[in-house]
Design a protein around this ligand. Structure first.
Ligand SMILES: Cc1ncc(COP(=O)(O)O)c(C=O)c1O
Length: 394
């Protein structure tokens, strides 16, 4: 089904009708953005063409069977308030990680936790945060919302450069954001270098390590030990990706007890629903679904990367469930793909014109994407031979 309201450009009215209190003017100036493309997809997508969504790095398998059952059960209790800070789930996550329950805080997706970090650590508008170039736009968006400065550190061949991050730190820096693997590039940093970087931060700086895609790493860093040993890290994790629960909005922060306590204080009570808590608990127990989801990503990512390379299209080796690819006339290709019912992410508005980000879907979805890409490139530039081989067309 095509996306609903988010697919239409939303115009914010800046004039308040007489008789109503006027909102804060700077709020009205903020750029509204959603995760979904704000481009009018419906205007491009022919009626009755089903849309394949490879634009938001979701799990194509959906929630695990155990989570689906838990959702049904929890739905029966929808008239009850949930546990105020997800106490039951907290015990479970802590046991899974080998951390203390007092180190875990839940949020309405890791998005809410990112915002809470600003509430907890930014004291004045003169404070700053450091963000890598070509990373998740929410970090800069939040800095803008909080009226503070985001210093952007250059990257190196699309990979986060820890030295550049360090150089961007000033006495006013409170938070350094680092997504590992990074979105939209898919690159990740070496574990040893990452932990050394964190340990060497000045005392006034906390590393906000966004691990939305860390479940896809073969060898993720041992943050529980690092945090226990005093590394100034808050890790942000989500049930939206590997666990396929994006719509239920649940993620968590792992930090030292003192920092977790402060984040918990800043959070509103009952910020995650009973359905989300129940589903997350069940998803954690479903090792089989997790393994299958990882396999789909491992194999699909290789297939996509091989296909791009064979076609002479530059792509960035990825450790996540998406791949970034450079295409001639990428915006036109993006539109041509939507016309064929395939939605990927255009990175034009992320400061990467000429690049698209493709989520690793299930094999049939990838086949459809590769076929759509082939047809789109042929329409725009003539026939690309190796893509034709991949989809079995002459
Ligand atoms: C790097 C990164 N961090 C955080 C998020 C937000 O995830 P959640 O659904 O938990 O809010 C995303 C979502 O795409 C992401 O790519």
């Amino acid at each position: 089904m095509p996306p609903s309201s988010s697919s239409r450009r939303i115009e914010l009215r800046s004039e308040t009708p007489p008789g109503l209190p006027s909102p804060n003017p700077w709020i009205l100036k903020l750029h509204f953005s959603s995760y979904r493309e704000l481009c009018p997809i419906r205007d491009l997508l022919p009626r009755h063409v089903p849309l394949i969504r490879l634009d938001a790095n979701e799990n194509p398998l959906g929630p695990s069977p155990l989570a689906r059952e838990a959702i049904q059960r929890a739905a029966e209790e929808s008239h009850r308030y949930p546990e105020i800070a997800g106490e039951g789930l907290r015990e479970l996550v802590a046991a899974e990680l080998g951390a203390g329950p007092e180190q875990i805080v839940f949020g309405s997706g890791s998005t809410e936790l990112l915002e809470l970090l600003f509430h907890v650590f930014l004291r004045s508008r003169r404070d700053e945060v450091v963000v890598p170039r070509h990373s998740f736009p929410l970090y800069e968006m939040l800095a803008h919302r909080f009226g503070c400065r985001a210093r952007v550190a250059p990257d190196r061949n699309f990979a986060v450069d820890l030295e550049c991050l360090r150089s961007a730190i000033t006495p006013r820096t409170r938070l350094v954001f680092l997504a590992n693997p990074n979105n939209p590039t898919g690159t990740y940093v070496d574990n040893r270098a990452l932990l050394d970087f964190a340990r060497s931060l000045p005392a006034h700086v906390l590393l906000a390590l966004d691990e939305a895609y860390a479940d896809y790493l073969e060898n993720p860093p041992d943050l529980v030990s690092a945090i226990r040993d005093g590394a100034p890290i808050v890790a942000l994790r989500t049930f939206s990706k590997l666990h396929g629960l994006a719509s239920l909005r649940i993620g968590y922060a792992l930090a030292s007890p003192a920092i977790a306590h402060a984040i918990q204080k800043a959070a509103l009570p009952t910020n995650t629903s009973g359905i989300a808590q129940g589903a997350a608990a069940a998803a954690l127990k479903d090792g089989r679904h997790q393994q299958e989801s990882k396999r789909i990503v491992r194999e699909g990512r290789l297939r996509l990367q091989r296909c791009f390379q064979e076609s002479g299209l530059a792509c960035v080796p990825s450790g996540a469930n998406f791949v970034m690819v450079r295409l001639p006339h990428a915006e036109e290709v993006w539109k041509a793909l939507v016309r064929r019912g395939v939605l990927v992410r255009s990175l034009d508005s992320w400061g990467l014109p000429g690049w698209l980000r493709v989520t690793v879907g299930c094999p049939e979805e990838l086949l459809q994407f590769i076929g759509g890409l082939h047809a789109s490139l042929r329409e725009l530039h003539g026939k690309p031979p190796s893509l034709a081989r991949e989809v079995g067309v002459a």
